[in-house]
Design a protein around this ligand. Structure first.
Ligand code: SF4
Length: 221
């Protein structure tokens, strides 16, 4: 496991690699961001960004989604994985925004998590990106990178990863750390092909060292 000093050092290096890391979901306001994050479950941001320009042009308010026939929303998002479930969730979510918040997106994680179909990760992204509330949303990239590097334990669940990161990273850096870890995982420490041989963190990375040892033992890999 990395020491606190090494965690700090690793995050510094990742920050230098991706100084402009930010939310890659296209959105113009908190409501669009909320919809985009719901759509992005088990799907790439790039794919979501292909669908949302037309979707956001067509539906501007929770009321417009709530009033639209479910089948129509399904058709509007059908190129995205799990589109039937997501269409249903968007309708329910829009209705709960109307019922509980007059159609406005609430600002706190707790209120966001009270909305239909909104989990902790979605709430953290919206609270942090749209409203500047310190939060670390743990997605697949954040979890993988944190575990490979040894910031967290392999057996940790998503909530434990979030708690550990919040303990080890200063609060004012939570939001930027979330984006940097995502970029690092998306473009460098990829799920299937992490770039260990050229990784500036190799010296401190337990997973990278293991992979490099395997490569040396079997150079064909
Ligand atoms: S050494 Fe490999 S596994 Fe470790 S952080 Fe770098 S790319 Fe990821």
């Amino acid at each position: 496991m990395l020491t606190n000093k090494q965690v700090h050092e690793a995050l510094q290096i990742i920050g230098e690699m991706f100084p402009d890391a930010e939310c890659e979901l296209t959105h113009a306001n908190a409501f669009e961001l909320l919809i985009a994050v719901v759509l992005s479950a088990q799907c790439t941001d790039a794919l979501v960004n292909k669908v949302t320009p037309r979707l956001f042009e067509k539906y501007k308010t929770p009321a417009e989604y709530a009033e639209a026939p479910l089948e129509e929303i399904e058709q509007d998002i059908r190129s995205i994985g799990l589109f039937r479930n997501k269409a249903k969730n968007i309708k329910k979510l829009s209705q709960s925004l109307i019922d509980q918040h007059n159609g406005e997106v609430p600002k706190t994680r707790e209120e966001l998590m009270d909305l239909a179909g909104v989990g902790r990760k979605t709430a953290n992204v919206v609270a942090s990106v749209a409203f500047g509330t310190p939060a670390i949303a743990v997605d697949t990239h954040v979890e993988r990178v944190s575990k490979r590097l040894g910031i967290c334990r392999w057996k940790d669940n998503v909530r434990q990863v979030e708690d550990t990161l919040m303990k080890k990273v200063p609060k004012e850096e939570w939001a930027v750390t979330h984006h940097r870890l995502i970029f690092f995982g998306r473009y460098h420490c990829k799920a299937q092909a992490p770039q260990c041989p050229t990784c500036p963190l190799l010296d401190m990375c337990r997973e990278g060292k293991k992979r490099m040892k395997k490569r040396q033992a079997d150079p064909v890999r």
